[in-house]
Design a protein around this ligand. Structure first.
Ligand code: ADP
Ligand code: TRP
Length: 327
């Protein structure tokens, strides 16, 4: 049997190039490697922990599904599903809450950051977010979880909860490992000290931005002092970030890119980068705009995937109930 690999993304707005290079592109590569039994899902329950408009949510769910498929996820190769269609996720999350020390959740940097960002909505869901994420992962006997660097702390807690549960109730869960990409932390175009994040849309290059938007945003992206196109994270964080984006999309190594731009200025490099980004996503944009027109098809693929995933999840939750004496 192939090892199980799972990851999810929240339907909470457009995907940026950080989501793509840190997560989605890797999902597609890992799926196509044929080495894993892959599950990819829309983490809609997680997305309720931030302010949202219920009228927008169905659109966001189907748009993320279109992103998945246009990027190359394939329901014949992977199980693609919607988290909220499988009640076992919330049920296991509740059970895991009962073995989760408050102190471990209080240390989570994402919780701390989001509590500052949404001071008026510091809800219990935001606090227990990593526990639901642990449930998502542990339900499927997962070995590997491809994510960006910001999720590593949540994976650590997932492993810790698996250990705690196993110790208390007998061996039930595997401890999963993260898979990171070469660009696990793409930085903001406006501030290379901060990660690119949907919460700061002006700092993001979205993967379905038009060629014109891509050119404008890259032209306006902050650069460093000096004029040399060189990878130097400490002294040239902005150019280093742009070089990494270029390298991941063009497939050229950083050192080859540095050579190519010797004696050229930042704006020549930025122009080239814009061309690479526009070309890379041309096919994606075309596929996505075709997919988004057929919403009922997108939904029916999600329903079929959720039915497949539910079979696995329901078996595991039955095992959990038995272990904790709920029958
Ligand atoms: P955001 O942080 O923009 O709200 P999500 O939390 O929905 O994005 O993240 C979806 C996936 O994208 C996760 O695996 C996350 O680790 C990854 N990711 C998010 N931002 C970045 C980034 N700037 N660089 C690399 N990966 C990222
Ligand atoms: N927390 C992840 C994020 O913000 C999304 C997510 C939810 C996830 N459940 C997961 C990722 C399980 C991997 C595995 O990006």
């Amino acid at each position: 049997m192939k090892p199980v690999l799972i990851s999810g993304i929240q339907p909470s707005g457009k995907l940026h190039i950080g989501n793509y290079l840190g997560a989605l592109k890797n999902f597609v590569d890992l799926q196509n490697s044929g080495k894993y039994q892959c599950y990819f899902f829309i983490a809609d329950l997680h997305s309720l922990t931030e302010d949202f408009d219920p009228k927008e949510k169905p659109k966001q769910i189907l748009e993320l599904m279109a992103d998945f498929l246009a990027a190359g996820l394939d329901s014949k190769k992977s199980v693609i599903f919607q988290q909220s269609q499988i009640p076992a996720h919330t049920e296991l999350s509740w059970v895991l809450n009962t073995v989760t020390p408050m102190g471990e959740l209080e240390r989570m940097t994402q919780f701390k950051d989001k509590s500052v960002r949404q001071r008026k909505n510091i809800n219990i869901g935001l606090f227990a977010y990593p526990v639901l994420m642990a449930a998502d992962i542990l339900l499927y006997d997962t070995k590997f979880v491809p994510v960006g660097e910001d999720q590593l702390q949540h994976l650590e807690i997932t492993r810790s909860l698996a250990r705690k549960f196993n110790k208390k109730f007998g061996k039930t869960f595997f401890e999963p490992q993260a898979i990171l990409t070469k660009t696990p932390r793409v930085m903001s175009l406006a501030n290379p000290e901060k990660k690119m994040s949907k919460s700061q849309p002006e700092s993001c290059l979205f993967i379905d931005d038009s060629p014109q938007e891509i050119r404008n945003k890259i032209r306006k992206a902050v650069t460093d002092s000096g004029a040399e196109v060189k990878h130097d994270e400490k002294n040239k964080p902005a150019i280093s970030n742009l070089l990494e984006i270029h390298s991941s999309l063009s497939g050229e190594t950083i050192s080859k890119l540095e050579k190519k731009f010797i004696g050229k200025n930042y704006s020549t490099f930025k122009n080239d980068l814009a061309g690479v980004v526009i070309k890379h996503f041309a096919d994606f944009r075309k596929k996505k705009s075709a997919l988004i027109k057929n919403q009922s098809k997108l939904f029916s693929i999600l329903v079929a995937g959720s039915q497949k995933a539910a079979k696995v999840a329901n078996k595991k939750i039955a095992e959990v109930r038995k272990k904790i004496g709920l029958i």
